[in-house]
Design a protein around this ligand. Structure first.
Ligand SMILES: [Zn+2]
Length: 198
């Protein structure tokens, strides 16, 4: 993929993640592997839904900036995953509200049916580790060996894929499934109360 096209595709994905409320304010980040030597990543403090081609930052696999800009604070997370997963070129980190809420109460997510599970391509959980740390990056990368989604306790999701369509579908599907789990648990509780029990 040529650089101009890569920038356009990454901006388009970032904006869609922002529009679909998978992040809030100026949080969340998205990256794309350009080659074995370089990635493009969203900048620190940028609003994903307002992202522009010039905002993106190019860095090498050791995290050295190529050109200008300041990369996302979660750069170590992205780099550790790219080092371990040669089969993927896209990473999205969301702060999906329902996923974070379910992680707070330690709820086990019901993935509903095999079709949805197939779309997700494997989901692992990661205990709470300080955001932006190399430790978090290493832990997530280690656990994502055979899966495409990591749910980070009290924090959000990391979704990986070979193309921008699959990461978007995964990021949206896992949050929708978490939302459905939440709605079902509320209705279950209401139904139990109506029947005189808890
Ligand atoms: Zn985060």
């Amino acid at each position: 993929m040529e650089l101009k096209q890569a920038r356009k595709a990454l901006v388009s994905l970032a904006q869609e993640i922002g529009r679909k409320n998978l992040v809030w304010a100026n949080m969340g980040n998205v990256s794309l592997r350009l080659s074995e030597e370089a990635i493009l990543i969203t900048p620190t403090g940028g609003f994903l839904e307002k992202m522009d081609n010039e905002d993106l930052v190019m860095v090498d696999l050791e995290g050295r900036i190529i050109g200008e800009g300041k990369p996302s604070s979660e750069l170590p997370l992205h780099l550790e995953i790219y080092k371990k997963r040669s089969d993927i070129s896209w990473i999205v980190h969301t702060h999906s509200p329902y996923l974070i809420a379910l992680s707070l109460i330690g709820a086990k997510i019901d993935f509903l049916n095999p079709e949805f599970e197939g779309v997700l391509g494997g989901v692992v959980t990661v205990p709470y580790i300080k955001p932006h740390s190399l430790e978090l990056g290493r832990e997530v990368a280690g656990r994502l060996k055979d899966s495409n989604i990591a749910l980070m306790e009290r924090h959000g999701a990391v979704v990986v894929g070979a193309d921008e369509v699959s990461v978007m579908i995964r990021a949206e599907t896992i949050e929708r499934i978490a939302q459905i789990n939440f709605i079902a648990s509320v209705w279950k509780r209401v139904s139990q109360e109506e029947n005189g029990g808890f």
